[in-house]
Write a protein that binds this ligand. Structure first.
Ligand SMILES: Nc1ncnc2c1ncn2[C@@H]1O[C@H](COP(=O)(O)OP(=O)(O)OP(=O)(O)O)[C@@H](O)[C@H]1O
Ligand code: SF4
Ligand SMILES: [Mg+2]
Length: 335
């Protein structure tokens, strides 16, 4: 039985279970006489998500955050491993069965400017999933549900007749959220949903996502570049480095007693509100070197940047080990 590193809530069946997931992307175009080369974007990813829980996924650019979201939503194929949604193995689902499952899992994207079609009215944008999935027969039938959705996300009552350009960044993200909610999903993959927004409106959108979660029991995979954004919304946090999870623990454990050297560096970059604490804290900066996923470092993928790297680290990949209750760390030299 594969370990999937628990949920925040013991005893309830998880809404999502990812077991030993690997994703490979093609490296350029293959030729007839040359087999297609691939590189490993994700390797050995396992975790669970409880109903109503938020798991923060944090890592630098290229670490594979979006790829995890895409694999869970079945937008990219798994090269290995399983994706279990609501107790059902959906890794190889196709056709109508996949379509039905997809309605229960939705995506909220980073850039509300890019993800909304500027020529469509808000009514068309939010009603589209309802039409595509046959929940309503036409726009007139969709109108009351769209009004209700716009009210839920805090947009003005007359918003449905306007176009996206008439709204601010935060309001556009609210339109994206209303659209994602249209089919009453259970799981939302929020891929950097506030990264493109002004700092002043980030908290409002995060609060909205939290309110909606409480109201509808939603589960979130909440993706972010840095640890400050996921702090208030996640019950647990997974840290990714070069396509692997290097640390996974409850939020408090990650923020107060991080154990992986990479997590420590990420955390040292998070600003603290108290200026004297901020001054007292040392910023940890490791040699910057974007890991090459085409030829990933052998052993621990972080060894090229890690000051504690030993010979073992350079040859043997550390598995995620439970170093304290519910606190999993992939490092040979940290307890
Ligand atoms: N469709 C694709 N084809 C080929 N390579 C891809 C594709 N999508 C992503 N990649 C590569 O896979 C790796 C992981 O990408 P991914 O987008 O999942 O990272 P990320 O953590 O979301 O990064 P970012 O913070 O920049 O959004 C990167 O090296 C990226 O270049
Ligand atoms: S396993 Fe070794 S190289 Fe990797 S983080 Fe731990 S000490 Fe550093
Ligand atoms: Mg991404």
């Amino acid at each position: 039985m594969l370990q999937t590193y628990g949920t925040a809530r013991a005893g309830t069946a998880p809404i999502l279970k990812v077991e030993d997931l690997a994703v490979e992307y093609p490296l350029g175009k293959g030729f007839l006489w040359k087999p297609k080369r691939t590189f490993s974007a994700l390797d050995g990813i396992s975790f669970e998500l409880a109903r109503g829980e938020t798991l923060g996924l944090v890592g630098e650019s290229g670490s594979g955050k979006t790829t995890i979201g895409r694999a869970v939503l079945r937008r990219v194929a798994a090269a290995r491993g399983r994706i279990i949604f609501d107790g059902k193995d959906i890794t190889d689902l196709a056709g109508e069965k996949l379509r039905r499952i997809r309605a229960r899992m939705q995506l909220v994207l980073q850039d509300p400017y890019a993800s909304l079609n500027p020529r469509m009215r808000v009514l068309d944008i939010v009603a589209e999933p309802l039409l595509v999935h046959g929940v309503v027969r036409n726009l007139e039938e969709a109108r009351p549900r769209v009004r209700e959705l716009l009210r839920l996300v805090g947009l003005p009552a007359d918003a449905h007749e306007r176009h996206p350009h008439a709204f601010s960044g935060g309001q556009r993200q609210r339109i994206g959220i209303a659209r994602a909610l249209a089919l009453k999903p259970e799981l939302i993959v929020a891929d950097e949903p506030v990264s493109a927004l002004d700092v002043s409106v980030r908290a409002q959108v995060v609060n909205l996502l939290q309110d909606l979660q409480q109201q509808f029991g939603l589960s979130y995979l909440f993706i972010a570049h840095d640890l400050s954004v996921v702090r208030h919304i996640s019950q647990r946090v997974a840290i990714l480095y070069a396509g692997r999870v290097v640390e996974l623990a409850d939020r408090e454990a990650i923020y107060t007693s991080p154990r992986h050297p990479y997590t420590e560096a990420l955390l040292s970059a998070v600003p603290i509100a108290n200026p004297s604490l901020q001054r007292a804290r040392k910023r940890i900066v490791y040699k910057s070197e974007v890991p090459d996923l085409v030829n990933p470092p052998a052993g621990c993928r972080f060894h090229t940047r890690c000051p504690w790297a030993s010979d073992r680290c350079r040859t043997e990949a550390p598995p995620l080990m439970e170093k304290a209750p519910k606190h999993f760390v992939a490092c040979w030299h940290r307890d």
